[in-house]
Design a protein around this ligand. Structure first.
Ligand SMILES: Cc1ncc(C[n+]2csc(CCOP(=O)(O)OP(=O)(O)O)c2C)c(N)n1
Ligand SMILES: [Mg+2]
Length: 433
């Protein structure tokens, strides 16, 4: 680990990793007390990924977490009580008790898009957020995460291709924790580095040690800066390990012992403490202060969550669907003159002209909508489209509108549409271990 950050940044990364772990430890206790509604997923051993990547974002940037990214929510500013209350389905939670995990967002202040359970679907959605931000002149970057398993869905590829061709300011963190449920990576992808998927879209990629928070942060920062500067989307593969089962129900006995031992010896928080101590950024006293700060905070947040009521039954049907302004205001926040991107400045001349269309006496002229009744008759006939006489007779007899022969509709584009070229700057780096 290289010393490249400010002391405050180093300590922030430490604090958020510790907070991430402590929030999840608290939820395991709540789960065992039967206070958690639904499943409970864990990011034990993956804290450096959520924290290091989200820490590279600015306040105005947007993120959408997956199940193992509670750390990213904490970095973005979500209070632990909201995470607890979501999992406990409490009335004061962001979804008012309508969800048992972290399916909540904050469009107004924190710029968080709610997770989507269908793996990969957040990729085109966040690409859309990134493009919308660019259109509105906001200079934002959008980020989301995907697992090794999720990177094999169709929508992953559609989304990445869309992001690449649009040069969207979008960063995708591919969290390779070696397992998708009980399937090891090698049994679902014939690649050593999942970052190589980026080559198919002509975008840059990185491979980074996901248990080294400084490496994760510095890589993510470079990616976020590049995306913000208009270089297009970037894929970061972080290599890490899912230390527990898929969720609380899964003892993960299928994980080889040696594999578990290897990664447990590389706990991201323990590794980072060693680094901070060696660099004289953390001593026993600072550590004690941080321990106490987290304990005090979580005890208050947990009390708040426990004291929040369950939702009253009569509210069950409310807030299920967005009902407009009384749900939330969705309005574009322009940060550039709207005239720059709206007609007449943005209007595009018609590309296609079709001889005869729109030139009839009742039409509005050359650019009028197609109006078959007024279309001039064209004499030439093409064998391919010529209608057999018997069919024509039958149509006439049934008084159907006169069919149009498309033979003379020679479409001439004014400008030839050039294929978009995306630079093939694929710079997969080896993991820095
Ligand atoms: C399209 C889709 N297929 C299947 C699932 C069910 N599912 C939920 S999580 C999961 C495993 C995901 O593994 P991975 O992407 O590696 O993420 P990890 O759990 O390791 O963080 C599956 C198959 C889903 N949610 N969406
Ligand atoms: Mg996985």
């Amino acid at each position: 680990m290289k010393k490249a950050l400010t002391r405050q940044q180093y300590l922030d990364l430490y604090y958020f990793m510790r907070l991430n772990r402590a929030v999840e430890d608290t939820m395991v206790k709540l789960f065992r007390q039967n206070k958690i509604v639904g499943g409970l997923y864990s990011s034990l051993g993956q804290e450096a990924v959520s924290v290091g990547t989200a820490y590279a974002l600015e306040k105005k940037d947007w993120l959408a977490p997956m199940i193992r990214n509670i750390g990213a929510l904490l970095v973005k500013g979500v209070p632990p009580r909201d995470v607890f209350m979501q999992h406990m389905a409490k009335y004061d939670s962001p979804t008012k008790g309508k969800d048992g995990t972290s399916h909540f967002g904050d469009l107004e202040n924190l710029h968080i898009i709610s997770p989507i359970s269908m793996l990969g679907d957040l990729i085109p959605v966040m690409t859309g957020v990134a493009i919308a931000g660019r259109y509105l002149g906001q200079k934002i970057v959008a980020m989301t995460w995907i697992g090794d398993g999720g990177s094999s869905t169709g929508v992953f590829h559609e989304g990445m291709n869309f992001a690449a061709v649009q040069k969207a300011p979008f960063v995708l963190v591919l969290e390779n924790n070696q397992w998708a449920y009980s399937t090891p990576v090698k049994r679902q992808v014939p690649l050593e580095n999942l970052a190589d998927r980026a080559k198919a879209y002509g975008i840059p990629s990185y491979v980074v040690d996901g248990n080294d928070v400084v490496a994760v942060y510095t890589t993510a920062k470079e990616a976020v800066d590049g995306a913000r500067n208009g270089e297009g989307p970037i894929l970061i593969e972080v290599k890490t390990f899912r230390r527990l089962g898929h969720a609380q129900h899964d003892p993960a006995e299928y994980v080889p012992k040696e594999m578990r031992a290897y990664w447990e010896a590389r706990d991201p928080i323990a590794l980072y403490e060693k680094f901070l101590t060696a660099e004289k950024l953390l001593d026993a006293n600072n550590k004690k202060q941080i321990d106490e700060k987290i304990e005090k905070l979580l005890s208050a947040e947990r009390d708040f969550a426990e004291n929040s009521p369950l939702p009253p039954a009569e509210f069950a049907a409310q807030g299920v669907y967005c009902t407009g302004d009384d749900c939330h205001k969705v309005a574009p926040k322009w940060e550039r003159p709207i005239a720059e991107v709206t007609p007449p400045k943005s209007s595009v001349p018609a590309v296609w002209t079709v001889k005869g269309f729109g030139s009839g006496k009742a039409s509005g002229g050359g650019s009028a909508p197609i109006h078959f009744g007024d279309t001039e008759k064209h004499e030439e006939k093409s064998k391919d489209t010529e209608m057999p006489e018997a069919v024509a007779e039958a149509i006439k007899a049934s008084a159907q509108p006169r069919p149009v022969k498309s033979k003379s509709a020679k479409a001439t584009p004014k400008k030839s549409a050039k294929p978009a070229v995306v630079s093939g700057k694929s710079s997969a780096r080896k993991a820095r271990r």
